[in-house]
Design a protein around this ligand. Structure first.
Ligand code: AMP
Length: 213
């Protein structure tokens, strides 16, 4: 099963993609996580990506497409995967067609959330260095400020600051949202899911629409 998760920043794509990937037994492939790892490890790619990400802009297609192609070529992705945060524009979607062929994806999940709710969510989002994600109100850790899974201190991402969030939303509307029409035009099933509600109910709605419940 090859799935694509689409939606604005803060829609809960990553959180739900992890849960659905677990259910389906396929890897969750998130280019944002891979880029943050590269930044933390100060690799050549990370050094290039760091300031671009902090401003909420997109890292160049060539770099991200190379990263993604290497990742989907790995053995654990042979039985399928969930893409989260890629493609981010039509050029990346075309590159995916080149890598995998025209009918490579089985379905897309589009998580729908309005802008006010996105700003509220992102401003409360906290992550640990291993990229486990929490929300101070909606999904708090058991001990405030500490990751349940590895005991590390939670921080706010640089690009989760209000000014940068506004830019990320603009980038989403201008570059990423046109992918909905791109994929609809190619006959891909796009499942629209209301991203407001408790995490378990949203997960159940996605699982049910994908036949995974
Ligand atoms: P995300 O975790 O998906 O919100 O991504 C965080 C940041 O990483 C984005 O704001 C971009 O700067 C960068 N990024 C992630 N995925 C991509 C992509 N497919 N193309 C370009 N930049 C990306």
């Amino acid at each position: 099963m090859r799935l694509l998760f689409l939606g604005p920043p803060g829609a809960g794509k990553g959180t739900q993609a992890v849960r659905i990937a677990d259910r389906a037994g396929i890897p969750h492939i998130a280019t944002g996580n891979m880029l943050r790892e590269a930044v933390a490890a100060e690799t050549e790619l990370g050094l290039i990506a760091k300031d671009i990400m902090a401003a909420g802009d997109l890292v160049s297609d060539d770099l991200v497409i190379g990263l993604l192609n290497d990742r989907i070529a790995r053995e654990d992705a042979a039985g399928g995967f969930i893409l989260d945060g890629f493609p981010r524009n039509v050029a990346q979607a075309e590159a995916l067609v080149q890598a995998l062929g025209d009918d490579a994806l089985d379905a897309a999940v589009l998580i729908v959330v309005d802008d006010d709710e996105i700003v509220r969510r992102i401003s409360g989002r906290r992550t640990c260095p291993q990229q486990h994600v929490y929300h101070v109100d909606d999904n708090p850790p058991r001990i405030a400020g500490i990751c349940d899974q590895d005991g590390e201190a939670l921080i706010q991402r640089d690009d989760d600051q209000a000014e940068v969030v506004r830019n990320r939303l603009d980038v989403y509307r201008e570059q990423t949202e046109p992918l909905v029409a791109f994929y609809e035009g190619r006959g891909l099933a796009i499942h629209r899911i209301d991203g407001v509600g408790d995490l378990a109910s949203i997960e159940a709605a996605i699982a049910s629409t994908l036949g995974l419940s």
